[in-house]
Design a protein around this ligand. Structure first.
Ligand code: NI
Length: 453
């Protein structure tokens, strides 16, 4: 920089004007990115949250204890009787209207503030994964083949603590907070079932005014981001996820006489290759998709050409437009290649979670509130979506809001090499749950216009 400045001065009037212009542009950029005093700027707008952080500190012991208890007894899918019991016990005594869902183990708990106003929804998912746990933690899973490997135990516990914190501040709250404890996030469409069961039907305020849900937020811990940071972005945050199955039907026979058969194996191989070519040649580079073939089944022995071959895999996209285009293209490629060899391809696409799309104002707001709570540089705007999927997408298709990732790499571990979510060895930094509790509560309070104090 200093060398450049020197050159600018040596270059006469034109260069001097250019230099002044650049200096102004630089000052503008600094002001815009807020690196002059961003912490106080965010806090000026949203509050210093000193009292709120104290409250969170006071709740950490029970937050960690509940998380460990949930971790010990993981459950899978939409029916989580033990987990529901643990959550209900933890919520006991709070001024909440609790609705137990019937189609799933979902819990909708409503806090009504002392003043009328709109509703803000906070989600925590409660389900675990069908896999062994090899962390060696003293509160490791006591259920064989079942582990809280995606940190949903931390989400549930953080949401319970946020419910406690906000219940304590009920008198300040102009509106309502709906706590959504959801089962079946890991592929069981739990959020969709809760929506179908009337999750969003909110009664009127006591004074007869409406209390619409104006925003919805979900947090997700990740072992691959440093504790003390959060990340999110506007627009697509996570991908859609569909399951693909292609059956190629030919004609079986002797392996020594392929010309007398219709061998489905080379056709299956060609389809697998061509699907990858389709992705790079037919799908827009900046609206990406992934097709990964994860299963290829054909044949029984070395001297028999089988009658059929089966291809299975996953399809990811970050826009509905590309998602639909990929579906159509898979059908065209598979059926076309099979037909070229006088065979038949039967394509089945099972529709999974939609794209998780953050509303732009909500995600900007979440980043600001997080910065006011965690400090400068701790709220990171993610440059790109991730290709995992999330059923909070169903909620965001109905209510503007955002999903936010919370850093949870264990202390002393490198985020880049730490065992990731869904690993049998994943661990989370429990102190990071303080940020989650504060952020849940902060987002609810700020949405309802309460300054963080
Ligand atoms: Ni998860």
């Amino acid at each position: 920089m200093s060398v450049n400045l020197h050159k600018q001065f040596a270059g006469g009037q034109v260069e001097l004007r250019l230099f002044k212009h650049r200096l102004r542009a630089y000052a503008w950029l600094m002001a815009k990115t807020g690196s002059n005093k961003p912490v106080s700027a965010a806090q000026e707008k949203h509050g210093t949250a000193v009292g709120l952080k104290d409250q969170v500190g006071g709740l950490m012991k029970t937050t960690v204890a509940l998380r460990r208890e949930l971790h010990k007894w993981p459950e899978i899918g939409n029916t989580l009787p033990k987990t529901r019991e643990q959550v209900l016990t933890a919520l006991e005594g709070l001024p909440l209207d609790i609705k137990l869902h019937e189609t799933t183990s979902g819990i909708a708990a409503m806090l009504t503030g002392d003043k009328p106003g709109p509703t803000v929804m906070l989600r925590g998912d409660m389900d675990a994964l069908p896999m062994p746990e090899d962390t060696g933690l003293d509160f490791a899973s006591q259920t064989d083949g079942c582990m809280h490997a995606c940190g949903h135990d931390t989400h549930t516990s953080m949401l319970v603590s946020a419910a406690k914190l906000l219940s304590d501040r009920r008198s300040e709250i102009p509106g309502r907070v709906l706590f959504m404890f959801q089962p079946g996030e890991e592929g069981y469409h739990g959020a969709k079932f809760m929506l179908e069961e009337g999750l969003l039907d909110v009664a009127k305020n006591k004074d007869g005014s409406e209390s619409p849900i104006t925003a919805a937020y979900a947090l997700h811990i990740t072992a691959s981001m440093p504790a003390g940071t959060i990340g999110t972005r506007s627009g697509p945050l996570m991908a859609s996820s569909d399951v693909l199955s292609i059956k190629i039907t030919g004609k079986g026979g002797h392996a020594s006489e392929p010309f007398r058969t219709l061998d489905p194996i080379p056709v299956a191989c060609e389809i697998v290759q061509s699907l990858q070519m389709m992705i790079t040649r037919r799908i827009e580079t900046f609206d990406p998709a992934v097709v990964t073939i994860t299963k290829l089944v054909a044949g029984t022995t070395t001297n028999v050409i089988p009658e059929s071959a089966l291809i299975e895999g996953t399809i990811r996209a970050v826009s509905e437009k590309t998602r639909n285009k990929v579906h159509d293209s898979i059908r065209r490629v598979a059926e076309g290649i099979a037909a070229a060899y006088e065979m038949q391809a039967t394509v089945e696409i099972r529709i999974g979670y939609p794209v998780t799309v953050n509303d732009a104002p909500s995600s900007d707001f979440a980043l600001e509130v997080a910065e006011s709570l965690l400090g400068e540089g701790k709220a990171v705007r993610m440059p790109a979506p991730i290709m995992g999927a999330e059923d909070f997408s169903y909620v965001l298709n109905k209510i503007p809001g955002a999903m936010v990732f919370i850093g949870g790499t264990p202390e002393g571990t490198n985020p880049a090499t730490a065992a990731p979510n869904h690993s049998n060895r994943v661990m989370f930094e429990e102190s990071a749950m303080a940020h989650g509790v504060a952020l849940y509560a902060g987002l609810a309070l700020r949405t309802l216009g309460v300054t963080l104090n």
